[in-house]
Design a protein around this ligand. Sequence first.
Ligand SMILES: C[S@@+](CC[C@H](N)C(=O)[O-])C[C@H]1O[C@@H](n2cnc3c(N)ncnc32)[C@H](O)[C@@H]1O
Length: 261
Amino acid sequence: MDNINKIKEFWDSKALDYGTKPEATTNDVFMRHIEIDYICSYLSSFGEPLKILDIGCGNGYSTLECKKRVKWHTFTGADYSEEMIRAAREQQKEYKILNGIEFKVMDVLKLSDYKEKYDIIITDRCLINLSNLNNRKKALCEIAACLNNGGQYLMIENFIEGHVEMNRLRAYLDLPEIPVRWHNSFFSLNEFRDSIKHIFKMESCENISSLYYLVTRVVYSKLCQMEGREPDYDHPIYEVASKLPPIGDFGPVYAIKLVRR
Ligand SMILES: C[S@@+](CC[C@H](N)C(=O)[O-])C[C@H]1O[C@@H](n2cnc3c(N)ncnc32)[C@H](O)[C@@H]1O
């Protein structure tokens, strides 16, 4: 089985194991709070009701949180995992938000096949699951093709540059390198700039994980190593670190605002 099929199986199994729990798509729920806050603040800056697609929405946790907070937009949450979409629809009933949001099975690599256009498309750690550069490039083109004129793309994805910097700090404290997980392949800034140059204009690029990773993956990890215990995602330091602003370049998660050319 090639990697892309194994990755899809991985996400199906996460949906079956975790259902509607926030951990279905990440153990690091406070990093996702940072991402959700960023998305909501971005969407709040558009006063008129817009048609939003959140592609790679997982079990719908962040899409529903956004709809709850930025009520006036219409949301489609989509994912290629039927199991994730099943969990998202269940979660929608738990949230009791029935209007202005729907969940659909869609593959980001075939987005234009669905013949729908959106004002804003969001990805939150979706394109890092596409296995290789060709697929990442194709996904960016598909996203651009499904935006209305003047449409915008908010991309929250992992970049190797911030990941390397975080590992450089860990090395100072004799901590082992954190590898990129088998199912992820990160963007690099040069590759990304080259991929988007004809399709998007970059409005801003912020590392939203920098101080959070500095505190949790460097300082807290060192304390755990000294005390001979494993880091625990429930430790209050994660919540405290999640309140820090986007300063520096010591973590992998970047938020990039793009406008279709
Ligand atoms: C890391 S999870 C993030 C989920 C959600 N955005 C969040 O922040 O909780 C990645 C999601 O992308 C989905 N995904 C991966 N490849 C995809 C593709 N080609 N098309 C649509 N969804 C995809 C996976 O099924 C998974 O739910």
